[in-house]
Design a protein around this ligand. Structure first.
Ligand code: SF4
Ligand code: SF4
Length: 391
């Protein structure tokens, strides 16, 4: 057998092993400088990464520019995709929405061990020990570019890597190896064509023409990576998303035929948490309910902040007592502040009474400012309602 056919046969066997481990996609590329590196540095220079300062560190920039530095002797990068479930239809507004990748266990917990198993199987197939290093959103790389170079799909206008068969509901992963194998052909087509659905559907208008996002306005960033206050002018547009957002994937026509392969991995996890219960989660209850879940990432205070905003957007006055109780009793100022904003969205006298009462007792300057703004906005909404009645 020639060296080329031996290399092809080995790669086919690696594909079979990867499929056995649940990976739907696998392709191979070289650890070469990425074509989109300049787009990435410009994105950083414009500050569109928000507070994710770890993305701008010197070591990270170096590795993104020269991915081969990640593993001495790296010859190839196996680019892999692991499917996760497609989101079901939206729930009523008094239930929260969670990005579907977070329905189950934190993906780092099961994908990294699978990459280690794959390394061991490749070693056995090659008949010699190999050095390898696996990543799944855990290294400073332009992962989607690896996928495109490895022939798995194209980077859509919504910035996701899209595979023509599986769509974009996939976790991306890479295994750097020091084994020489023939690389796959890059994916050259842009199959978005004239479609604009994701751009039109994004409630935050943050999808940019160079296939990047202004993260500072994206719901995924605001509800997960952002550790502080959600800018008041953006809160109403978050709807009932309490962790991440799938809108730009839901509307994508390439996700219509998504393969339901992941059902085995994600059996009965929380999909639509009831806002009325979530706002009262104690630290112990939160940790128990979301043990090993990606929902731990914003921590309880960030998650309850998101729940408060979702209640403010629910238009359901039955939830006013829950906001009032949380504003009076919750120890985290961040959560109390967003509860005050949420109460300001309701015109019911009970919402105003809760704000008035809190204004008399609240000592935290940030929460006080939220309460005063909420009272003001209620006053102006009431004023508007009264003047339209008089007209
Ligand atoms: S995740 Fe949501 S907010 Fe972010 S770009 Fe997509 S549609 Fe817009
Ligand atoms: S919705 Fe349309 S434009 Fe957006 S990523 Fe999908 S195909 Fe491309």
């Amino acid at each position: 057998m020639s060296q080329t056919s031996a290399s092809r046969a080995l790669f086919q066997n690696i594909q079979t092993e990867a499929a056995r481990l649940g990976f739907a996609w696998i392709g191979l590329t070289r650890p070469q400088p990425p074509a989109h590196y300049a787009v990435y540095t410009r994105w950083l220079e414009l500050g569109r990464h928000g507070d994710m300062t770890y993305l701008a560190g010197e070591r990270g920039r170096q590795l993104r520019a020269q991915p081969g530095l990640a593993l001495p002797g790296a010859q190839a990068i196996l680019a892999l995709g692991f499917p996760y479930p497609k989101p079901p239809p939206a729930p009523p507004a008094d239930f929260g929405r969670i990005a579907s990748y977070a329905y189950g266990e934190d993906y780092h917990r099961f994908i990294l061990p699978k990459l280690e198993l794959l390394r061991a199987r490749i070693s056995a197939l090659a008949g010699m020990p190999i050095n390898a290093r696996g990543y799944t959103d855990t290294g400073p790389f332009l992962e989607r570019e690896f996928g495109m170079q490895a022939g798995l799909g194209w980077i859509g206008k919504n910035t996701c890597l899209i595979n023509p068969t599986y769509g974009s509901y996939l976790f991306l992963a890479e295994l750097f190896i020091d084994l020489e194998l023939e690389e796959s052909s890059p994916f050259k087509d842009d199959r978005c064509g004239t479609c604009q659905r994701c751009i039109q559907a994004c409630p935050m208008s943050c999808i940019l023409s160079d296939r990047t996002l202004d993260a500072r306005r994206c719901i995924s960033y605001l509800t997960i990576e952002n550790k502080g206050v959600i800018p008041p002018e953006l809160r109403a547009r978050l709807g009932n998303w309490v962790f991440g957002c799938d809108i730009c994937q839901i509307v994508c026509p390439w996700n219509r035929f998504h393969h339901p392969i992941s059902a085995v991995i994600f059996p009965d996890h929380v999909r639509f948490p009831p806002l009325q219960e979530e706002i009262h989660l104690t630290p112990a209850q939160f940790n128990q309910k979301y043990k090993n879940s990606p929902i731990q990432r914003p921590r309880r205070r960030g998650y309850l902040r998101n729940v408060a905003v979702a209640i403010g957007n629910s238009n359901n006055p039955r939830l006013i007592p829950d906001l009032a109780e949380t504003l009076a009793q919750e120890p985290e100022p961040l959560v109390r502040g967003h509860c005050a904003w949420a109460l300001g969205r309701f015109q019911e006298p009970s919402a105003r009474a809760a704000l008035d009462k809190a204004a008399r007792h609240e000592t935290d300057p940030y929460v006080r400012s939220e309460i005063l703004q909420a009272l003001e906005s209620q006053g102006s909404q009431a004023g508007k309602a009264a003047s339209s009645e008089m007209e």
